[in-house]
Design a protein around this ligand. Sequence first.
Ligand SMILES: [Zn+2]
Length: 289
Amino acid sequence: MELKKNYALFGPSGSDDEFAAEGHTATIEMPKWIKDRGLDLFEYSFGRGVRISKETAKAIGSEADKYQIEISVHAPYFINFASVEPEKAENSIRYLTESLQALRWFGGKRCVFHPGSEGKQPRSEAFARTKDMVEKTVEIIDSLGLGDLYICPETMGKFSQIGTVDEVIELSKISDNIYPCVDFGHVNCVLGGGLKTTDDFQRIIDKMFDGLGEEKTKNMHVHFSKIMYTAKGEVKHLTFEDTIYGPEFEPFAEVIVNNGLTPHILSESAGTQGKDSFFMKKCYLDLLK
Ligand SMILES: [Zn+2]
């Protein structure tokens, strides 16, 4: 299974303040809004649960098709494949398959999820449990006829959460339809501000090329926003106005171009996702010239 295209793509996750200030209220207005801004993608969040009717999702999907905007979804935040409680682990499978069903209605291809949280277990046990559950989930996804959709485990911003770069690489090896989601804001939080130079970003990309090969690295899913952190990790999402926490997009844009990457890049800025994803796209296109 391969995803082939020639360029990095950009867009907002969720609706931003400008969308609301212009008087828009419904997601169905989003594909045109995104197209008008010269962007390519939209990520719909089911963070607090998968609550959308087939009818609404299909209507949004046909607008997305009309304006050639690709929709991805973010599965509920309460997924926890590391949970020691069988019921919670089983529910996690359901949250993911429901997200994929809605993704199908949208006509999209990618579903991001947070793998889990270690709780009171040793890290290695929590990760082994996560891996087993993701393997089981992949089988269920196949049996439901949803195996042509991609699931993307995300790198996380708190130490207690499963989702280091290495863990996401391991999870992405499980199946052809698992592609990594690298949230560089989160990675920067756990590195205590360690993503500054092109070399800092290149080291991550090299690790991914080594572990996952070209196809999955080049076409990875990316969340890129500036995020406040403390010694415990992530605190909150910021906008590109921030000059303290980072990471800055420019060095990563160089790495994208130098390595010929074609990722899907979503902004999760606090209220300025449209503007900030356009800023990223412009940086990237300027370098391509
Ligand atoms: Zn996320």
